[in-house]
Design a protein around this ligand. Structure first.
Ligand SMILES: [Zn+2]
Length: 234
């Protein structure tokens, strides 16, 4: 038989230390009752394994049990006097849980950059193994039989190297973008110049067309005059 203890946070009853009369109850199978239990227990248990977790009878009102002491089908746990029977072991677990949520909270607040500098800061305080290079190939690969600690340090080194490379690429990319922008501006100004010269050419064409018209008129007059002269000659 596996070790049975109460899943409620702060309650430390198990089959070995429970007072007489305290019983352990599995989570209900009926889905409507499951939902009711879940709503209550999600804030009361650190871990709740639906198939294995047990809730001790201390969390149920007396009316939840029938005469034979069996838990009724519609019973839900409602009693959670946290100070009632605390145990130092569980307190440690609670502390680790709350510190874990603190870490989560802090992590959510930090930006990527802050996180990286924080990690670097922490790393600088840790002592790097002196013989790290002996375990490492040129491309930051671990040689066989590298101790775990050295493997982790090599991973950190690789990450750092990749970060540096990434930053270099970002800077390069930025330069490219700047160059492209400059080219674009130049293209724009040359386009403007072209537009201006097109206007000038249009004007010149217009002038030439006018001149051509005048010339055509003159040719017509001259042709008329010529033909009259010819008529007169005959
Ligand atoms: Zn309990």
């Amino acid at each position: 038989m596996s070790h049975i203890d109460c899943a409620v946070r702060g309650c430390n009853y198990n089959i070995f230390n429970k007072p007489r009369g305290v019983t352990f109850h599995p989570c209900p199978i009926r889905s409507d009752m499951r939902n009711k239990w879940l709503q209550i227990l999600k804030t009361k248990c650190t871990v709740l394994d639906w198939n294995r977790s047990r809730i001790c009878s201390k969390h149920f009102e007396t009316k939840c049990f029938n005469i034979k002491g069996k838990l009724k089908d519609d019973a839900v746990p409602t009693l959670f006097s946290s100070a009632a029977h605390k145990h130092p072991v569980k307190q440690t677990q609670e502390t680790s849980t709350s510190s874990r949520t603190t870490v989560d909270r802090v992590l959510n607040k930090l930006t990527q950059a802050e996180l990286m500098s924080d990690i670097k800061n922490t790393l600088s305080k840790m002592k790097e193994p002196s013989n790290l290079e002996t375990y490492m190939n040129d491309d930051y690969r671990c040689k066989p039989d590298t101790p775990t600690e050295a493997q982790l340090w090599i991973l950190i080194k690789k990450q750092d190297h990749l970060n540096t490379r990434l930053m270099e690429l970002v800077v390069q990319n930025k330069k490219h973008v700047e160059l492209l922008q400059k080219n674009l501006e130049e293209a724009r100004s040359s386009k403007k110049e072209t537009e201006q010269s097109i206007e000038t050419y249009k004007y010149i064409v217009k002038c030439l067309q006018e001149k051509l018209a005048t010339l055509e008129e003159q040719i017509e007059i001259l042709t008329t005059v010529e033909s009259r002269k010819k008529k007169r000659l005959y």
